[in-house]
Structures are given as structure tokens and as C-alpha cells.
Design a protein around this ligand. Structure first.
Ligand code: RTP
Length: 157
């Protein structure tokens, strides 16, 4: 099995409230599962407004004009928090997700197939391995991320 130069990484993937409200949870999880990456953490979570505002997660965006709308959106209903692990998973998950603006996202991507607005783009994915580790630590508590070994030959590793 050749892992080439790319490292095993982890990515924080989150189904945003529109994805949950529209009944797209199974569809979205299925796309990552079928890729052959490993699910290590999964929970439905209602993010409190204070946490969303102070959360390191969207810290870089605090000065943006759309920040209040983003906080309203992300706290408007439950989200699905996920931790995924795999070789090159950060970049591959971003490819599966597609461009931030769904109108620019290619068909076949989650946003390209399932969304139309930047402010309702159904899913988040970490943009670097460092942020993958950081965001998983932010959104999951001790013990919620499970280390496990698949018992079958990891054909897609
Ligand atoms: P994400 O973090 O959710 O994966 O999205 P991203 O990297 O593709 O995009 P980023 O620039 O980090 O923006 C984070 C989220 O903020 C909302 N947004 N709204 N102009 C707007 O109204 C606007 N721009 C960004 C989106 O929900 C975006 O995913």
C-alpha cells in the first residue's frame, strides 16, 4: 500500500443547520464514507450563540460584515459535528465539498449538487491539517473522538 508523500491527517467536517433542516445528513455523510476515509467522531449539537461568537472557529471572520449573519445561521438549529481521518483528508474533503460559493462549485461536489447560496452552503471542512486538529479539539470534548482500527484490509488507504 502506497501512502505516497501525503500524511494521515484529520479534518473537522460540520453539516450546517440548513443541511440538517433539509434532511441531507445521510446524503452528506455517505459521500465522505464512500470516499474511504475513517469516521472518528460524530454528534448532533446545538451551538450556543455565545460559543459561536467567541469560538475560535470563526475568529478570523469576526471583522467581516457577514459575521452576525453567520452566527445567526450557525446557531439557528443543530449542526452535525464530525471528525474524519485519512491520507490527505483535508484537501480531499474540500474537493468533495466544493467552492465556498455554491454557484461556483462543480457539479458532483456537495455544494455544487445541493446548495445555491454562500450563506447557506450546507457544510464546513477544515482548510489545513493544523486547523483540522484545532477545530476537532474545539468542537469535541475529551472522549468523544474515538480511535479505532478497521478490521478489514484498508483497500483505499
Ligand atoms: P467553511 O469554513 O464553512 O468550510 O467555508 P469556507 O472555508 O469555504 O469559507 P470561509 O471564507 O472560511 O467562510 C466561512 C463561512 O462563512 C459564510 N460566508 N458567508 N459573503 C458571505 O455572506 C459569506 N462569506 C462566507 C459561509 O457559510 C462560509 O462557508
Amino acid at each position: 500500500l502506497v501512502a505516497s508523500m501525503v500524511e494521515v491527517e484529520e479534518s473537522y467536517i460540520m453539516i450546517k443547520p440548513d443541511g440538517v433542516q433539509r434532511g441531507l445528513v445521510g446524503e452528506i455523510i455517505s459521500r465522505f464514507e464512500k470516499k474511504g476515509i475513517k469516521l472518528k467522531g460524530l454528534k448532533l449539537y446545538q451551538c450556543p450563540t455565545e460559543l459561536a461568537q467567541d469560538n475560535e472557529h470563526y475568529k478570523d471572520l469576526q471583522s467581516k460584515s457577514f459575521f452576525p449573519n453567520l452566527i445567526d445561521y450557525i446557531t439557528s438549529g443543530p449542526v452535525v459535528c464530525m471528525a474524519w481521518e485519512g491520507v490527505g483528508v483535508v484537501a480531499s474533503a474540500r474537493k468533495l465539498i466544493g467552492a465556498t460559493n455554491p454557484l461556483n462549485a462543480e457539479p458532483g461536489t456537495i455544494r455544487g449538487d445541493l446548495a445555491v447560496q454562500t450563506g447557506r452552503n450546507v457544510v464546513h471542512g477544515s482548510d489545513s491539517p493544523e486547523n483540522g486538529n484545532r477545530e476537532i479539539a474545539l468542537w469535541f470534548k475529551e472522549g468523544e473522538v474515538v480511535e479505532w482500527t478497521p478490521v478489514q484490509e484498508p483497500w483505499l488507504k
